[in-house]
Ligand binder design. Structure first.
Ligand SMILES: [Fe+2]
Length: 198
């Protein structure tokens, strides 16, 4: 396993750590956005993860069924402010998933997700803003090659969401909760399905 922080290129490894981190003002707003909307987060239906809650913006993608539903952003001022900020990092994104890896019954956050490719409703390519927590982001290019990159608070990562990837504990993991936001575009056929619902 290789740890090559700050040197990856997405076209080679499916992973790029942007040289510019999240703007501190944006970082502060987004962190507070999580805390202020804690009650709106719902338990994840993903089978690859434990103790994770989610809040989706612009479009909600059901990670089991693939059903896409427009969210209520436009009715909540803070949602509009959050999506306006997020547009700076992945302009015109169509779905954002705010992820909160929560503490479990013994008071520790899992901060782990098993290898998976993102749902077929999402287009290839995604941008992750890591707000809190330090983890190892892993990419599996083929059955025997796993590359691991340290992701720290404030990091902005671009990755190939169609290549199997996972999140694992960092050696300095201390049980703290992790908060991040992943931004996506939707596949055209997914949007068509969404329209056909009405
Ligand atoms: Fe993923």
């Amino acid at each position: 396993m290789v740890n090559a922080k700050k040197s990856a290129q997405m076209d080679g490894d499916g992973f790029t750590l942007n040289s510019i981190p999240i703007n501190p003002v944006d970082h502060n707003f987004l962190h507070r956005f999580f805390l202020a909307n804690k009650k709106r987060f719902i338990q994840s239906v993903s089978g690859y993860v434990y103790d994770r809650k989610e809040l989706q913006l612009r479009n909600h993608v059901n990670l089991k069924t693939g059903r896409i539903t427009p969210t209520i952003d436009s009715y909540i001022n803070a949602y509009n402010q959050a999506t306006a900020i997020l547009d700076k990092y992945y302009f015109g994104f169509e779905s954002a998933i705010c992820l909160w890896y929560c503490r479990n019954r013994v008071g520790k956050a899992q901060n782990m997700m098993r290898f998976h490719s993102d749902h077929s409703a999402y287009a290839r390519g995604a941008v992750m803003l890591n707000l809190t927590g330090r983890v190892n982001f892993q990419i599996k290019r083929d059955w025997k090659t796993v590359k691991s990159y340290t992701v720290e608070p404030g990091d902005v990562v671009e990755f190939d969401n169609k290549v199997p990837h996972a999140v694992d504990w960092h050696p300095e993991y201390d049980g703290q909760e992790r908060m991040c936001i992943v931004l996506f575009h939707l596949k055209p056929q997914s949007k068509h399905k969404q329209l056909s619902l009405f």
